[in-house]
Ligand binder design. Sequence first.
Ligand SMILES: Cc1cc2nc3c(=O)[nH]c(=O)nc-3n(C[C@H](O)[C@H](O)[C@H](O)COP(=O)(O)OP(=O)(O)OC[C@H]3O[C@@H](n4cnc5c(N)ncnc54)[C@H](O)[C@@H]3O)c2cc1C
Length: 411
Amino acid sequence: MLRTRTQVGIVGAGPAGLLLSHLLALRGIDSVLIEIRSRAYCEARQRAGVLEDGSVALLREAGLAARLDRQGLQHGGIYLQFGGERHHVDFRELTGGRTVTVYAQTEVVKDLIARRLADVGNDAIAFSVTGTAVSGLDTDRPRLSYTDARGVRHEVECEAIAGCDGFHGICRQAIPAGLLTTWERDYPYAWLGILADVPPSTDELIYAHHRAGFALHSLRSPSISRLYLQVAPETDLRDWPDDRVWAELSRRFELPGWTLDRGPVLDKGITPMRSFVSAPMRYGRMFLAGDAAHIVPPTGAKGLNLALADVAVLAPALDALLHGDDKPAAAYSATCLDRVWRSTHFSWWMTTMLHRSPGADEMEAQLQLSQLRYVVSSTAAATSLAENYTGFAVQPAAAGQLHRTRSERGC
Ligand SMILES: Cc1cc2nc3c(=O)[nH]c(=O)nc-3n(C[C@H](O)[C@H](O)[C@H](O)COP(=O)(O)OP(=O)(O)OC[C@H]3O[C@@H](n4cnc5c(N)ncnc54)[C@H](O)[C@@H]3O)c2cc1C
């Protein structure tokens, strides 16, 4: 057993854990970051792709946006398609200029990993670990244990632990029973997603309501498209050869004079749809961030943004805690949950407005269509969608507080 020390032990090298280790480093705080998967797996895992303005500002201020600024695609709206018509919702006009940026989560993760390795060296992230465990969480010196890729067991004494290990991770489960309140909703449908080597057939995302089920045309770059179909949760991918996927996408996006271009399918997967919130996001000296504490269905494009927003709040809170001030750490959970619940509601609202529930009656379809007509005909309703989609300001780290000042450091 190798015994070492660090200031913050971070479990999980997804967007939350990676950004947190970088934000802490900017504040002069050491961390140990461990990840159960390999670097190649983390960099290839297809997930989100839409960044809110606040997330872009945060990454920019943290010095992580060089490639994002070159390759990210700024989008000023989305299309809502229903009843055989496609309507543009113009975010810029509705929100005084706010936008979103299409930049794949794989690229965010690659940028973060590259930066940590460049700053710290190959030891910055322990990939492919096994046997992760956390203990002593209600003491001043919690411990993080794991076995590294060479088979060496480590026990790291920490001043705080960040559970950034996603929904299925071990950190939330390490909190004693009865101390967490959880809210959960599983939706009776899933998304079948493809990544396709074909330029997008649209300039902005298309959200399509269709009697056969929801479809989304998203994109990852000028040459790569990302498309989704609503399917049953128990769907077997073997029943969906590429031709069938393209035919069903063409049917759900059908519009006179518009065609969906097809190309080789690079990746195909099923994403379950779930809303989940657990509170509080802190137990003793362990703090949960990102999917470890909350999950939203991807319809509102919020999961990745929430993960980044959590750690923007957590980094300064941990900094204060390590310097003897517990106040920001005590406020961490409530501060994040405010944003989490707004995103949870928005994601549920988008999801239930656009998907067809199995066995739904005509009443449900008419209510959805009425809501969609209201959104595209009322400035008030469209503005509500636009301001939720583009997101609210990330606080407090994006407001020029990523680095500790010399006087804060006592210099
Ligand atoms: C299949 C899928 C598709 C998605 N699509 C979208 C989308 O289209 N739009 C959107 O906005 N959001 C989407 N999301 C959500 C979004 O990707 C997540 O919200 C985001 O990844 C959260 O980041 P995170 O860092 O909190 O968690 P994660 O990205 O899940 O990272 C957690 C990390 O912890 C690691 N880990 C787990 N257990 C351990 C352990 N015991 N020890 C060490 N490491 C561990 C995991 O391997 C992982 O790398 C999707 C999610 C999934 C699962």
